[in-house]
Design a protein around this ligand. Structure first.
Ligand code: TA6
Length: 290
């Protein structure tokens, strides 16, 4: 890597996948070049990292990291017509390029880019560029820009698939989505309306639609509340695998499911984005302690 890094940003390339450590007076974070994957975010003084990481996660080229913030593009979930293709697209398993790095003591920021390659073109034949900026300060801000570099419109789905650390998923509440419509993937994709705060009593996999709402994870067990706010996102996905699905995932410990919840900032399903030639779309997620 030829880019000169400021003091608050260190490159660790000695073992495994190269990663950047961002340190400010307010928080520390870790970002892998693989998938431009934010793996950790810990405000100074916080008892636990805000982001969850499986002890069984892979950290290998070509494989997704299980935890932190996977960058999902250009489709969400299984490919709509090709079950043989990787779930959640290809952005999270590609090496991204570091474009810039800055640090003013209060805020450290890195920007990555991803362009098509021969493999991705076989999966998704459109000319695009992704630019992804991660800002570490009192909060963690992640902005994903998608540029259409082709002569035709294209439609894509995307998500910042964020895994959060919680004390016990059975004892937390997620608020902010009351009254919103969602697709219940645990009930054959039935369309429902959220009644009151979200509690967890089993495998939960919901795509909330047409919502720009800030979501809060209320975790009395850890004595904290985490706010997830967003811009440029119409969907919020809420997921916990519970017992059986946890057992089916090779990169996820059988007993880990109580300690995490995913609140994902997305544009999925009917909220997919149609982008005209030459245009850019930005989606931003901001997470922090309330
Ligand atoms: O965001 C929820 C979800 O779509 C679930 O259905 C589950 O598959 C999860 O993503 C994890 O997907 P992955 O491909 O990372 O195992």
């Amino acid at each position: 890597m030829s880019l000169a890094l400021p003091n608050g940003i260190q490159l660790e390339a000695n073992s495994g996948l190269p990663r950047l450590i961002l340190t400010t007076q307010y928080a520390e974070a870790e970002v892998y070049l693989h998938g431009a994957h934010v793996a950790r975010f810990r405000p100074r003084g916080a008892s636990h990292d805000l982001l969850w990481m499986s002890r069984e996660s892979w950290f290998e080229p070509g494989k997704p990291i299980r935890g932190g913030v996977p960058v999902i593009f250009p489709w969400f979930g299984p490919h709509p017509t090709r079950p043989d293709l990787p779930a959640h697209g290809f952005a999270r398993t590609r090496p991204w390029s570091l474009v810039s790095a800055s640090d003013d003591g209060d805020r450290a920021a890195v920007t990555f880019s991803l362009a098509p390659d021969d493999d991705s073109r076989r999966l998704w034949p459109h000319a695009f560029e992704l630019r992804y900026t991660v800002e570490v300060g009192r909060k963690l801000a992640m902005t994903l820009e998608t540029r259409n570099l082709s002569h035709d419109s294209f439609t894509f789905e995307q998500a910042l698939h964020t895994y959060f650390t919680v004390s016990n998923v059975r004892q937390i509440e997620v608020t902010g989505l009351e009254g919103r419509e969602y697709i219940d993937k645990m009930d054959g994709g039935a369309r429902k309306t959220q009644q009151g705060p979200i509690g967890f009593t089993g495998e939960t996999d919901r795509v909330y639609l047409n919502t720009a709402d800030t979501v809060t994870i209320r975790d009395e067990g850890l004595g904290r509340a985490i706010a997830v706010s967003k811009e440029g996102s119409g969907s919020t996905v809420v997921w916990n695998p519970w017992i059986d699905k946890a057992r089916r995932m090779p990169d996820y410990g059988d007993e880990e499911w109580p300690g995490m919840v995913c609140i994902e900032t997305a544009n999925a399903g009917e909220n997919a984005i149609q982008l005209s030639p030459g245009m850019t779309h930005a989606m931003k997620a901001v997470i922090g302690l309330k």
